[in-house]
Design a protein around this ligand. Structure first.
Ligand SMILES: *[C@@H]1O[C@H](CO)[C@@H](O)[C@H](O)[C@H]1NC(C)=O
Length: 363
């Protein structure tokens, strides 16, 4: 085979070569339908074809939005798709972070959960607003939106970076847009509303704190005659991980103080390191909640319970199964092994078998 043809053949075979090496992501197959609702956006209808012309208007109709949100959606052709991305992202991340918890962020019972003031509710607000912030900033720098573009804040000579084809994620625009989109301007005295807004802002802040400055050298190889820097969002997994830690340390709110007229602050019981709990205003990075969560052990209007959940015998079965015990099942799984790259273009593997033991919670 002449060399260029071999190369073409090689490239066309890449997916097959790769599939042996790249294992599937740690997520279990999640059957996302696109109809899943964000906390802020009650529910999405079926997907419309985003490809041409005024298709986004139809997409905006399918999203359940307030009048103002709909107007913003219609004005910006890239928005509907970005909202959809954000929803997907928030669901995937939430389910990933809660894969070993009794509440596994499934969509069943979510509507009931959102009406309450549990820790889980707080997490849903935070992860949703974080996903929105992240997706909007990315959509700007990826050129999917008409009304925003690369990060153009003056601090990093961003415009110089553009000349080199570098585009920083536009967090400034996305944050501003989101606050307007969610209509947070009104100051609410209602405790519940304040809690939701606080947790929403925790999510936005987590994305902001994860912003990293990346630099690159240009010029004759290695000379670094010109150096450009720009801001880049961290992978959303990192944001998710941080929010999960905040969930574990969430602060329970018991009242609102009203010291000045029209000014009120949340008050929670907070454990500062080594000192006993004392009333304090939660930090802007603390997730806050109002009532203790149910156990999520049994089916309820908030979840399906933990019967049938697979667990790890060493790590999670005892707590996940709520003391009901677990079933043990073994099965043979085949996997590719002893793989060797063959000239020219494919990988030859043998099939090996291995016993795998699966534990799952009893009814
Ligand atoms: C969450 O748990 C329920 C109840 O056991 C199960 O049916 C569902 O598939 C789980 N969802 C995810 C995303 O793991």
């Amino acid at each position: 085979i002449p060399a260029p043809m071999a190369l073409a053949l090689f490239i066309s075979l890449w997916p097959r070569c790769l599939s042996g090496f790249i294992s599937l992501p740690a997520l279990s197959p999640l059957s996302l339908t696109g109809k899943e609702g964000l906390t802020h956006l009650p529910s999405l209808g079926p997907s419309a074809n985003p490809a041409q012309g005024k298709a986004h208007l139809k997409q905006c109709d399918l999203l359940k939005l307030s009048r103002k949100q709909k107007r913003l959606c219609q004005r910006e052709p890239g928005l509907a798709e970005t909202l959809r991305d954000a929803i997907r992202l928030s669901i995937m991340e939430c389910q990933y972070q809660f894969r070993y918890e009794r509440w596994n962020c499934s969509l069943d019972g979510r509507t009931s959960l959102l009406k309450r003031g549990f820790k889980e509710t707080a997490f849903l607000y935070a992860v949703s607003s974080a996903a929105l912030t992240h997706s909007l900033a990315r959509a700007c720098s990826a050129g999917r939106m008409e009304r925003c573009t690369c990060d153009d804040s003056p601090d990093l000579e961003n415009r110089k970076a553009w000349q080199w084809g570098v585009c920083g994620d536009n967090l400034k625009y996305s944050t501003k847009f989101l606050k307007n989109f969610l209509g947070q301007k009104k100051i609410s005295k209602d405790l519940r509303a304040k809690v939701d807004i606080h947790n929403t802002n925790v999510g936005i802040k987590a994305v902001k704190n994860g912003l990293k400055t990346t630099c690159k050298c240009h010029g004759v190889s290695g000379s670094c005659a010109v150096r450009t820097c720009w801001k880049q969002l961290s992978p959303f997994h990192e944001t998710g991980k941080i929010l999960k830690l905040r969930f574990d340390d969430a602060v329970k709110i018991f009242s609102v103080t009203n010291d000045a007229v029209g000014h009120s602050e949340l008050v929670g019981m907070q454990r500062r390191s080594h000192s006993p709990k004392s009333p304090a205003t939660p930090r802007s990075t603390d997730l806050v909640y109002m009532e203790d969560s149910p156990s999520f052990c049994r089916p309820s209007k908030y979840s399906l319970g933990t019967a049938g959940r697979t667990c790890s015998r060493e790590a999670s079965c005892d707590s996940l199964c709520c003391g009901r015990g677990y079933n043990t099942q073994s099965r043979m799984v085949t996997f590719s092994c002893h793989c060797q790259v063959q000239w020219c273009c494919y990988v030859e593997c043998q099939q090996c078998m291995q016993e795998e033991v699966i534990y799952s919670c009893k009814q």
